[in-house]
Design a protein around this ligand. Structure first.
Ligand SMILES: *[C@@H]1O[C@H](CO)[C@@H](O)[C@H](O)[C@H]1NC(C)=O
Ligand SMILES: *[C@@H]1O[C@H](CO)[C@@H](O)[C@H](O)[C@H]1NC(C)=O
Ligand SMILES: *[C@@H]1O[C@H](CO)[C@@H](O)[C@H](O)[C@H]1NC(C)=O
Length: 577
């Protein structure tokens, strides 16, 4: 199927119709020359090295004179196309005293006139030395592109590295019929068969019908909410819209450390817990966001400047204070939010792997809660995708790190190129980890266009089997960090075109309701969206029995035994299996 066909194996010159555009892409030839169509040293030395990621050799880059000094490639490519570059890199050292180096793939773009423009194609801000990691990203060529200059840049000039297994290829254009293909995938992956067998005498089965209604999705459809508004009686319309249109909730702010503890030692647990309890009462499932926030501007003010043991103790206190209170109530935690974009706790403690420690500590106190890496720019921007991939793979491959899955935020803005969005998503699917879309919003001011964009993005995500849930980052323009992205507006929280589109998808297209089947033959099947169902057994319109059933992976078989006749007809037994 389409999402499986597009699979790029690093180092292979031609994979499933994808043409490698680089010469000597695996560095298997000892030839580095400054001409069009070859890797060459620019402001550095380049030597053939017998250590490799694939094949028998890599290139070793040393004696870099400047930040920009490194291995480079000049090339000419057609205009108005999208490309993906990636390569494996292993840093041989960091700048003395630094835990990390900032590694970038840069592109100088020369058009027929004017000076070159420099584009960051890929960036890993916090790369550790002595391990192979991927660096790269996508770019698009302007219509009148003349020449491109691709190079690896490291912000400390004294960092040496090996580079191997490079690839540059065109991003395949998403098929024009992708929506119908996505619908086939939705049919295949999101639905299952509910087989109902009724046992009893022909007289008992006569005129018997079953009505099947989906009560809840297996897939997580949810939104962020304001902890204040979800419990404040002045915001009934806000609450009603939320409960009517979503099945999962996440507090926008009130579980964040800075918001819970404005001044050191004075922790407000109640605001968050009251909001969570209110949602739980309505059957909402909860994501928790976030235990720590890696970006310095978002940590509690009083914490800035804290280092070493002082900071460790604060982190322990935070985990021990929060986790016992949310245990059993929340199903997910974002552990160290946006760790690809900030490293406050790594740098503060001097421990490059402190985030792995956070995962273990939370897991010890709540072994059932699912722990996530959560980041932005993963599918929205060109340059953070591989950084997130690297981090995910490092966590996945380190023993005893209880990483469950990856949160891709998805704060999107038009224009959205679905080919590129999907290609970035595919990079993350390659981790093999479960994925949630955690903070979806699309800032499009024209309502009808916004509706179409949301539908496309939702359809792409919902058709991807590795994605298990989609959370909007708010829904009401009266309470949204980007009001133009909202689904509903005004005092009465009225759905706009995008909101109505969401309701159509969530309540009709992707939900199985009002399915009535006769049971007189003793057998009926409903193929429905996975989730929780209510079954109503009726005879000539009179309800005999109600039953809740879970329709999960692989389908569900239900055997209903009928006993009695006429007025005494009743269900004697129900067997699920
Ligand atoms: C790597 O070395 C082996 C053993 O010498 C050789 O058979 C193989 O062809 C080499 N691979 C490449 C890609 O040059
Ligand atoms: C961090 O963990 C990674 C993966 O297990 C390991 O390779 C690396 O050496 C660790 N870094 C430090 C500074 O301990
Ligand atoms: C349902 O019953 C069918 C036919 O007996 C069987 O092949 C299938 O494995 C059953 N499915 C489940 C989920 O038990």
């Amino acid at each position: 199927m389409w999402w499986e066909a597009v699979c790029v194996l690093l180092g292979a010159p031609m994979v499933l119709g994808i043409t490698e555009l680089l010469q000597n892409s695996d560095f298997e030839v000892d030839e580095f020359r400054p001409e069009d169509g070859a890797w060459y040293p620019n402001g550095c030395d380049a030597d053939w090295d017998s250590e490799s990621y694939t094949g028998n050799h890599s290139v070793k880059v040393t004696n870099r004179g400047d930040n920009w000094g490194g291995i480079a490639y000049d090339l000419t490519l057609p205009g108005s196309k999208n490309y993906y570059f990636k390569a494996m890199i292993k840093l041989l050292n960091t700048h003395p005293g630094s835990l990390f180096a900032k590694v970038q793939v840069m592109l100088g773009v020369y058009e027929s006139s004017g000076s070159p423009k420099y584009v960051t194609v890929g960036e890993v801000r916090f790369m550790e030395p002595q391990m192979w990691q991927v660096i790269g990203g996508d770019f698009s060529t302007p219509a009148d592109v003349k020449k491109l200059h691709l190079y690896v840049q490291i912000l400390d000039a004294d960092v040496n590295y090996l580079l191997d297994t490079s690839t540059l290829h065109e991003i395949p254009t998403i098929p024009s019929n992708w929506r119908s293909q996505a619908d086939l995938a939705i049919e295949k992956y999101r639905k299952a068969d509910l087989n109902i067998r009724a046992m009893g005498s022909p007289d008992a089965l006569k005129d018997l019908t079953v009505e099947v209604n989906q009560e809840k999705h297996e897939f997580g459809f949810g939104s962020a909410v304001s902890a204040a508004m979800i419990v404040d009686s002045r915001y009934k319309a806000y609450q009603n819209f939320f409960y009517d249109n979503f099945e999962w909730g996440v507090l926008e702010n009130k579980l964040k450390w800075r918001q819970m503890e404005w001044s050191e030692g004075h922790v407000d647990y109640d605001t968050a817990l009251n909001a969570i309890d209110a949602m739980l009462k309505h059957g909402i499932q909860i994501r928790a966001h976030n235990m720590f926030w890696a970006v310095e501007k978002n940590v509690p003010q009083w914490q800035k400047g804290m280092t070493g043991q002082t900071l460790w103790k604060q982190m322990e206190r935070r985990i021990q204070g929060v986790i016992p209170r949310t245990k059993g109530k929340v199903e997910h935690w974002d552990v160290n939010n946006e760790d690809v974009h900030g490293h406050f706790y790594e740098i503060g403690t001097g421990d490059a792997n402190v985030t792995m420690w956070m995962f273990r500590e939370i897991h010890k106190l709540d072994p059932h809660v699912k722990l996530f890496l959560n980041d932005f720019g993963v599918v929205k921007d060109r340059y953070s995708t591989q950084a997130f991939y690297d981090q995910a793979m490092m966590f996945k491959n380190t023993p005893n790190v209880p990483l469950y899955g990856l949160g891709i935020q998805s704060h999107l803005e038009p224009p959205i190129d679905m080919s590129v969005l999907k290609y970035r998503l595919d990079q993350i699917l390659a981790t093999g980890l479960p994925i949630w879309i955690t903070e979806l919003d699309i800032s499009e001011p024209v309502d009808d266009r916004k509706a179409d964009l949301y539908e496309d993005v939702l359809r792409l995500y919902f058709s991807t089997p590795q994605i298990h849930g989609i959370m909007f980052w708010g829904f009401w323009d009266g309470r949204h960090w980007k009001p133009v992205a909202a689904l509903a507006s005004g005092q009465s929280v009225t759905p706009n075109a995008a909101g109505r589109r969401w309701q159509k998808l969530f309540k009709q297209d992707w939900r199985t309701v009002d399915q009535v089947r006769p049971l007189s033959t003793g057998q009926a099947t409903v193929r429905g969206f996975k989730g929780r169902y209510s079954l109503t057994l009726k005879r000539r319109g009179v309800t005999l029995h109600n039953e809740d059933v879970i329709l999960g992976n692989g389908g569900t078989n239900l055997t209903i035994s009928m006993a009695g006749l006429g007025d005494t007809l009743h269900v004697s037994n129900i067997l699920v299996g």
